[in-house]
Design a protein around this ligand. Sequence first.
Ligand SMILES: [Zn+2]
Ligand SMILES: [Zn+2]
Ligand SMILES: [Zn+2]
Length: 89
Amino acid sequence: MAHCWICRRHSEHPVEELLKPLLADLKRRRAVEDCPRPCEELHSRSNVIWARFYRLDCGHYCANHVDHRCCGCRTEPDSESSTPQAHAT
Ligand SMILES: [Zn+2]
Ligand SMILES: [Zn+2]
Ligand SMILES: [Zn+2]
């Protein structure tokens, strides 16, 4: 399964590092329409980049709102109840 640009970077860089400039320039932040979970839709725009992404129920950021979980959590079958484990590098 293909991961989005946010989840794909996850293993190389901390995702917070990638999103830091985006989060600093947030233009809009709102609950996702028709979503019963606490997912949020985030819009960011600076002079160099425009992005729309989500903060999902799993606690991660993702470019897609699918099943309320990010690409990484969706590909891991039993990550729903257990805490996500950091990959040792
Ligand atoms: Zn993703
Ligand atoms: Zn949702
Ligand atoms: Zn996740």
